[in-house]
Design a protein around this ligand. Structure first.
Ligand SMILES: Cc1ncc(COP(=O)(O)O)c(C=O)c1O
Length: 374
C-alpha cells in the first residue's frame, strides 16, 4: 500500500453526527409539538411550508408525507391520468416512475446527457407523442437538469413540466432555485436527503394557486372543510413532528449545502488522476451534491477494495427503471437508452455528508489510490 496512515473508517452517511450537532434545538421543537398536540399538519407544518417555499422563491408549498406522494399529487393536479403519457428519464429512483403509474398514465423515457446524467433536451422532442401530457425531469444527485430548453419545449408543445427535485434542495440553475422552473416541483425529506426528516416527508412547490389548493385537498381526503369531500383524495398529510423538525433543519441547510460543495471540490482535487471519472458541476448550475458519484469500469472490485479499507460506497442506481422487472415495458428493452444504461453499469457513490472531515476525504482518496491501477 502506498500510504499507510491510521485507518479512518468512513461511513456512507452519518445521520447521527448531524442529530448530535443540533440535538438541543430538535428537542425543543419536539417538545413544542407535544405541548400543542398538533400531531398531523398544524402550525409547524404550515410555517415549514411557507419557509421552504420562500427559501426557493416559490409562491406556494404544500407539505405531504413523502416525495412519492408529492409526485403523485403534482401529477394529479396537472390533470395527468389514464390514457396520458409522461416523459421522464430511465436513471432515477423508481418512485418517479411509480408515481406516473399511480395516476393511470404511462411512463416513457428520454436518454440522458452522459456527463450530467440528466435528461438530454436535444432528445426530448422526438419522444413527444399525441398522448404526451407532461415532462418530468429529475435533478439527479442534486445537479439541476437543463431546464431552459426543457421548459421552452414544454411551453411550445403545450405540456406540463414537473420537476423531480427530491435530491436537489436549494440547487440553482442560471441563478434561480430549482422548484421554480416547472409548473410544479416535488421534494423528498427522506432522512438521508439533503434536508431530511426524522421519518418520511415531501413537498410540492408551485406558483399556481389553483394547483396548490387542489393538492391541499387531495392530501387530506379531498376535503375543503371537515367531512366535505369535493375530490377523491388520499391520506398524504405531513406529521406535525416532521414539520417542526424540518423547520429547525431548514435553518442549517444553506451551511450544510456549502459544506457538501466544499467536500465535492476537495474530492475533485484529491481524486485527480486516481483512475475514476470525477463528476462535474455544469456551468449554469449550483450543484448541491446529494450524491457524489464517480465512474469506474470495474465497479464491483473497486467497491470491494474500498470496503476492505473501511470506506462504504453505494450505487445510485444499479438498474435503470425500464429494465426493472416491475416496470418493464415491451417498447423499451436493453440498449434503448445507452447513456443511462452505461451510467447504471459504471457509477459508484462515495461518502458525502456535511459532517465529513478532511480526514474522511483523505481516507477515501487514499483508499482509492491504493487499489492497483484499473
Ligand atoms: C429522484 C427521486 N424521486 C422521488 C423520490 C421519492 O421520495 P420519497 O422516498 O420521499 O418517497 C426519491 C427519494 O427517495 C428520489 O430520489
Amino acid at each position: 500500500m502506498a500510504n499507510t496512515g491510521p485507518v479512518v473508517k468512513v461511513p456512507f452517511l452519518d445521520l447521527g453526527a448531524q442529530v448530535r450537532s443540533i440535538r438541543g434545538e430538535i428537542d425543543e421543537a419536539i417538545a413544542k409539538v407535544l405541548d400543542s398536540t398538533q400531531f398531523v399538519l398544524g402550525d409547524e407544518v404550515a410555517a415549514f411550508e411557507r419557509e421552504f417555499a420562500r427559501a426557493h422563491g416559490a409562491a406556494h408549498g404544500v407539505a405531504v408525507n413523502s416525495g412519492t406522494s408529492a409526485l403523485h399529487l403534482a401529477l394529479l393536479a396537472a390533470g395527468v391520468g389514464p390514457g396520458d403519457e409522461v416523459i421522464t428519464v430511465p436513471n432515477t429512483f423508481v418512485a418517479t416512475v411509480a408515481a406516473i403509474l399511480y395516476t393511470g398514465a404511462r411512463p416513457t423515457y428520454v436518454d440522458v446527457d452522459p456527463v450530467t446524467f440528466n435528461l438530454d433536451p436535444s432528445r426530448l422532442e422526438a419522444a413527444i407523442g399525441p398522448r404526451t401530457k407532461a415532462i418530468l425531469p429529475v435533478h439527479l444527485y442534486g445537479q439541476p437538469a437543463d431546464m431552459e430548453p426543457i421548459v421552452e419545449i414544454g411551453r411550445r408543445r403545450g405540456l406540463i413540466v414537473i420537476e423531480d427535485a427530491a435530491q436537489a434542495h436549494l440547487a440553482r440553475y442560471r441563478g434561480k432555485s430549482v422548484g421554480t422552473f416547472g409548473d410544479l416541483a416535488c421534494f423528498s425529506f427522506y432522512p438521508g436527503k439533503n434536508l431530511g426528516a426524522y421519518g418520511e416527508g415531501g413537498m410540492v412547490l408551485t406558483s399556481d394557486e389553483g394547483h396548490a389548493r387542489k393538492i391541499r385537498m387531495l392530501r387530506d381526503w379531498g376535503q375543503d372543510r371537515k367531512y366535505h369531500h369535493l375530490l377523491a383524495g388520499y391520506n398524504y398529510r405531513m406529521e406535525g413532528m416532521q414539520g417542526a423538525i424540518l423547520r429547525v433543519k431548514l435553518r442549517h441547510l444553506e451551511r450544510w449545502t456549502e459544506q457538501r460543495r466544499a467536500h465535492a471540490a476537495r474530492y475533485a482535487e484529491l481524486l485527480a488522476g486516481a483512475g475514476v471519472g470525477i463528476p462535474i458541476e455544469a456551468a449554469a448550475n449550483r450543484h448541491v451534491w446529494h450524491v457524489y458519484a464517480v465512474r469506474t469500469e470495474n465497479r464491483e472490485s473497486v467497491m470491494k477494495a474500498l470496503a476492505e479499507q473501511g470506506v462504504q460506497t453505494g450505487i445510485h442506481y444499479p438498474v435503470n427503471v425500464h429494465l426493472q422487472p416491475a416496470y418493464a415495458d415491451p417498447r423499451f428493452g436493453e440498449g434503448s437508452f445507452p447513456h443511462a444504461e452505461r451510467a447504471a453499469a459504471e457509477v459508484m457513490s462515495l461518502p458525502m455528508y456535511p459532517e465529513m472531515t478532511e480526514d474522511h476525504l483523505q481516507a477515501v482518496s487514499r483508499a482509492l489510490r491504493a487499489i492497483p491501477r484499473r
